[in-house]
Design a protein around this ligand. Structure first.
Ligand code: C5P
Length: 401
């Protein structure tokens, strides 16, 4: 979350400036305080009042405003910022920063701040590809300025190519990531997520209600904290998170294969997927025909992926989930021991605000020493962070590091 984070957003004169309004709104929605600096050209594209209203703060643009309270804006904003974001950033602003020019409020604030500066270019493809712009970006990158690559697609100048402002959701995620302490930088995490689909014939399958949200949240939280993450996901409506290796699978057998292929390189395995325990014994090559009377399906057991990992986990930390509708703790504890997990996350899906499809969860985290952390309802990213905190504790206890 960006709760109480202080963001100084620089908006420059690109047609994508209107998207900075949405960006401001998203930052504010996540609890951040936003101060907007607009260049003179930005104010030609979008009215300062828009940002003033969305950020509930006055918009800064003048270097020498007539003020009662003597507080130099470029110094105070530079010191105020936990992060500066320039979105959209034109070729001009990038060039000015690279050259050390400080002739307006935005460039002087960038020059003064010690906070990380994230620059999100948006411009015509030819401008972006121009060697001068590219050299400026390289030079600024080597000096520690952070850049996001512009996206491909249709541009305002009616051409198509690279130059679109990165998606607002991606910019927000990048800011979240930059502001997160990298305490899992040495870890390589496999996360499984979502349901599996067990095919019966070419048009039918058996599945469950898992949405994938808890697993995706774990992948996002792990990546923000610096881990390299492989997310192995069954069918889900969610978009693959930025910055993780995404492996899409369908059946439990495919999931097992993908997990085993990545197991060797991993240090932590978190199995949040709702893997089907059974699959149809035969997958028909053509569509099953209706018949008179009832139909009995023959199912066979799927491999228990986590139990197999448990047998050869070595020094890896293994985390499982127990989704139950009754005797939650007893069932979870039995699975924790039987499958040689280090932690199990117990999830009573009968409670409102917990389990499949929700953005929140109510979890209990059980360890092998009989310890149990009971957490109140919280959003799934926050819950993911608490799970990762417990993983860190176990790593410390086991003395791997
Ligand atoms: O299905 P069960 O409740 O035993 O699932 C507990 C844990 O085992 C979960 O973490 C789930 O991802 C994992 N599991 C698995 N392979 C299966 C079934 C479950 O890895 N075939």
């Amino acid at each position: 979350m960006l709760q109480d984070k202080k963001i100084v957003l620089g908006v420059t004169g690109s047609i994508a400036a209107y998207k900075a309004a949405e960006l401001t709104r998203e930052f504010v929605k996540r609890g951040a305080a936003v101060r907007v600096i607009m260049t003179g050209n930005a104010a030609e594209f979008i009215a300062p009042l828009t940002f003033q209203t969305l950020s509930s703060n006055a918009v800064h643009s003048e270097m020498y405003p007539v003020i009662n309270d003597y507080n130099l804006a470029h110094i105070s904003l530079a010191e105020y910022a936990d992060i500066m974001v320039i979105a959209p950033a034109t070729a001009n602003i990038i060039g000015k920063i690279a050259a050390g020019i400080a002739d307006d409020l935005l460039t002087t604030t960038v020059m003064t701040t010690r906070a990380p500066v994230l620059i999100c270019p948006a411009m015509n493809t030819n401008m972006y590809e121009n060697a001068i712009v590219q050299e400026n970006i390289m030079q600024l990158t080597s000096r520690g300025y952070l850049f996001m690559e512009p996206g491909y697609g249709k541009l305002a100048c009616r051409s198509e190519g690279q130059g679109r402002l990165p998606e607002v959701s991606d910019i927000v995620e990048e800011v979240e990531s930059i502001l997160t302490v990298k305490d899992l930088g040495d870890e390589r995490i496999i996360v499984t997520a979502g349901p599996t689909r067990e095919p019966l014939d070419p048009v039918r399958y058996i599945t469950n209600y898992s949405s994938g949200k808890m697993g995706y949240a774990l992948a996002i939280a792990g990546r923000r904290r610096g881990a390299r993450v492989v997310l192995i996901s069954g069918p889900s409506a969610l978009t693959a998170p930025r910055g993780v290796t995404f492996v899409s699978v369908s059946s439990a057998m495919e999931m097992k294969e993908a997990v085993m292929a990545h197991l060797k390189a991993s240090t932590i395995v978190i199995k949040a997927a709702a893997v089907a325990d059974y699959r149809p014994a035969t997958r028909l090559a053509s569509k099953m025909k209706k018949q008179a009377g009832p139909l009995t399906l023959s199912l066979e057991r799927n491999p228990d992926i986590i139990a197999e990992i448990g047998k050869k986990k070595g020094k890896r930390i293994l985390v499982g989930f127990a989704v139950e509708t009754e005797n939650l703790i007893e069932n979870a504890r039995a699975k924790l021991i039987d499958k040689n997990m280090d932690l199990i996350v117990a999830n009573d899906v009968t409670q409102a605000g917990a389990g499949f499809g929700y953005d929140t969860n109510i979890i209990k985290i059980l360890d092998r020493n009989g310890g149990q952390v009971e957490l109140p309802m919280m959003d799934k990213i926050a819950a993911a962070d608490r799970i990762l905190d417990r993983v860190k504790d176990i790593i410390a206890e086991k003395g791997r590091k």
